[in-house]
Ligand binder design. Sequence first.
Ligand code: UD1
Length: 414
Amino acid sequence: MEYLEIEGGKPLCGQVRIQGSKNAALPILSAAILNRGRTVLHHCPRIQDVKEMCKILSELGCRIGWEGDSLWIQADTLDSFVISKYHAEKMRSSITLLGSLLGRLGQACIPYPGGCVIGERPIDLHLKGLEKMGVQVKRTEEQVEAQSTGIQGARIFLSFPSVGATENLLLAAVLAQGTTWIEGAAREPEILELCRFLEAMGACIEGAGESCIRVMGVKELHDAEYTIASDRIVAGTYLMAAAACGGEAALLQAPLSHMQEILPVLRGMGASFTIEPDMLVIRAPERCRRVENLHTAPYPGFATDMQSPLLAALCRAEGTSRLTENVFEARFKIVEELQAMGAQIHVENNTAVVQGVSQLQGCNVEAKELRGGAALCIAAASARGTSRIYGCQYIFRGYEDIIGDLKSLGIVIQ
Ligand code: UD1
């Protein structure tokens, strides 16, 4: 069985270049099929989820290839609207192909998506929105079958700013007849990225990154070349590693404008930053301070994807921290693993109460999902002795080279 082995307990010292964003790249790959031509994506992360998405696009008839960290997609040969269960189940983002297949072919047949088991993850908002646009949706036990004889612009209100639902509706609206308003839209930077890419292909969008997005349908799109922004969650993970271990880390190409909710939290914990063009340097004390009360929320709130890395960093912080998870209901799965390392945590409903200890002790732990797995690496790096992290295949879904990155930051890992 594959595992990562980390010899922890030393402060960080080093620098790392931040990879392209997973949550931006996946819907953009999905969007690429809206154009009957060629797309080139630069700074595309070579992560497991992107490789899976490429397999799905090939299965649909596209041709795809890598040149360095650039990925090209030739989508004129796309001829299928059916996604196999085998691939759909491997990741959450397969569901964004619902909107883009409907936009391109007027039909889509997609098994329910997989992805990290961090809660219920329904798709009711995606489907209700598409129905408002004139799409007929049939749900069977196994899959969603959707078709339309002509997608119509509509006024849609999302009762929760779902990232996936906003992406699906954007993708369906770009080539629709008339104008679509998405009210209560998600404002995550990855939505802005998707809109910027769609615009580069010729889409007409107003209000990208705001809670009301207006999409004026166009007749067709054209070839585009786009550079994907750096991954704010990967950058945040390495900042949390510095907070957990102490020391200094320089992040090259960190997406600063997308990280404005993370830096104040780390400053409050006692970290300081130097911000230079293209480089963010964090300095953290041997033990950070607690956070009093922090809750996750849709953007611009504190990202749910950063909750586990922060939890790992708080295990050794001075004082008692309270961390509340408001977005996904099952996102404290690593608590047991952290407790095995000596962390003092108890969970009350959706709040984790962490009483900081001076030392964690390395041990064998198991990752059960992506961000939790990365958080276990952080805890292991801050713990005295050796840890093995099993289930590392989850981490590879979103981190291009976590071993190389952590090594560059001075962590002993193999
Ligand atoms: C995306 C991100 C994920 C991140 C999350 C929230 C990708 C590939 N994944 O996931 O990393 O943690 O945003 O920032 O980009 N919900 C409904 N009905 C729906 C859809 C969602 O009730 O139809 C609920 C979910 O159960 C959850 C909340 O809305 O409680 C947020 O989900 P959503 O924003 O849709 O997250 P994802 O797009 O799945």
